[in-house]
Write a protein that binds this ligand. Structure first.
Ligand SMILES: NC(=O)C1=CN([C@@H]2O[C@H](COP(=O)(O)OP(=O)(O)OC[C@H]3O[C@@H](n4cnc5c(N)ncnc54)[C@H](OP(=O)(O)O)[C@@H]3O)[C@@H](O)[C@H]2O)C=CC1
Ligand SMILES: O=C(O)C(=O)[C@@H](O)[C@H](O)C(=O)CO
Length: 280
């Protein structure tokens, strides 16, 4: 039995398409559990899923979707080109594998990490443009791109990515990169919005959650939405999946928003894009 999907706002992309602002993340969902977890998320009402070649769980996402009976046009599927596949022929092969796993169509395909310490980001972006022209890949974007990486694409005369998926949470607001994206008309997707669980130990967020009578998770996710970013929390727990969808019947005041942003202390939950070059 599938729950009615809540009214989730759409964010306009610079290629004329529109993406649901709230979805479901699948990092650290083990491949063996993914079909079950994504099935539970579909039942909770999620229709937008974020996966990646790096996560090794695209097959499970695809199986859950195929078994769900949810019409494909009601879904949004994002996946990401892995770090070891930036070179053209490897990228084309990896894209074919992702398409096969995900049922033949990708809504949004991202360059997962820039690897700018080794490669010219313009080269992988040219490959992404080719993929979009020649494959059932509707929109292309980037992830973990710095302002310098974005500038390199425009200097090379290439198209503007639709989105930049970057770390953003109360401890690492990432506002300089968000501003660079806004200047270029690039939508921001906020990864690890809950700082991979660190927000739950925060006394100030606990106090605010008691004040507004919402969970800490709901308060933080609402903060992300009111900042205008796209977000896809991960949970393997059906009750928490449902809770993370219930974000559209309350609002944070400007003062409450500012108090969350003031928690920024520069602590990342994940790697720094200027140095991360893992190639699995
Ligand atoms: N492009 C990139 O480089 C990256 C992209 N991402 C994307 O962003 C998504 C979200 O980020 P992610 O790193 O997964 O971390 P999140 O910030 O979404 O936090 C996930 C953690 O929070 C817990 N949690 C979730 N909801 C609740 C709740 N309501 N109450 C209590 N605990 C909760 C989960 O535990 P439990 O499962 O037990 O509920 C899990 O431990 C990823 O899944 C992935 O899709 C993430 C990192 C990097
Ligand atoms: O989740 C992702 O999309 C990531 O790229 C990160 O998890 C990254 O691979 C990492 O944190 C490795 O430790």
């Amino acid at each position: 039995m599938t729950a009615p999907t809540p009214q989730i706002p759409l964010i306009d992309l610079n290629d004329g398409r529109a993406i649901p602002q709230l979805g479901f993340g699948t990092y650290q969902v083990p491949p063996a559990d993914t079909e079950k977890v994504v099935t539970a998320a579909l039942e909770a009402g999620y229709r937008h899923f974020d996966t990646a070649q790096m996560y090794g769980n695209e097959d499970g996402v695809g199986r859950a979707i195929a078994a769900s009976g949810v019409p494909r046009e009601e879904l949004w599927l994002t996946t990401k080109l892995n770090n070891s596949f930036h070179e053209r022929s490897a990228a084309l092969e990896a894209t074919e594998r992702s398409l096969e796993a995900l049922g033949g169509r990708i809504d949004l395909y991202l360059v997962h990490w820039p690897l700018a310490m080794h490669d010219d980001v313009a080269r992988v972006w040219e490959v992404m443009e080719e993929v979009r022209s020649d494959h059932p890949v509707d929109s292309i974007g980037v992830s973990n791109f710095t302002p310098a990486n974005l500038a390199r694409l425009s200097e090379a005369g290439l198209s503007t990515p639709t989105v930049n998926q970057i770390e953003s949470n109360p401890y690492f607001v990432n506002d300089a990169v968000r501003a660079a994206c806004a200047d270029r008309g690039i939508a921001v997707e906020a990864w690890s919005p809950l700082a991979q669980g660190a927000v739950f130990d925060d006394p100030q967020l606990t106090a605010l959650s008691e004040q507004v009578d919402r969970s800490v998770s709901q308060v933080v996710l609402r903060w992300v939405l009111q900042r205008g970013d796209i977000v896809f929390p991960k949970s393997s727990n059906p009750e928490r999946m449902r809770q993370n969808l219930e974000l559209f019947d309350f609002e944070l005041t400007d003062e409450q928003m500012a108090s969350i942003s003031a928690l920024h202390n520069g602590t990342r939950s994940g790697p720094d894009p200027d140095t991360f070059d893992w190639r699995g």
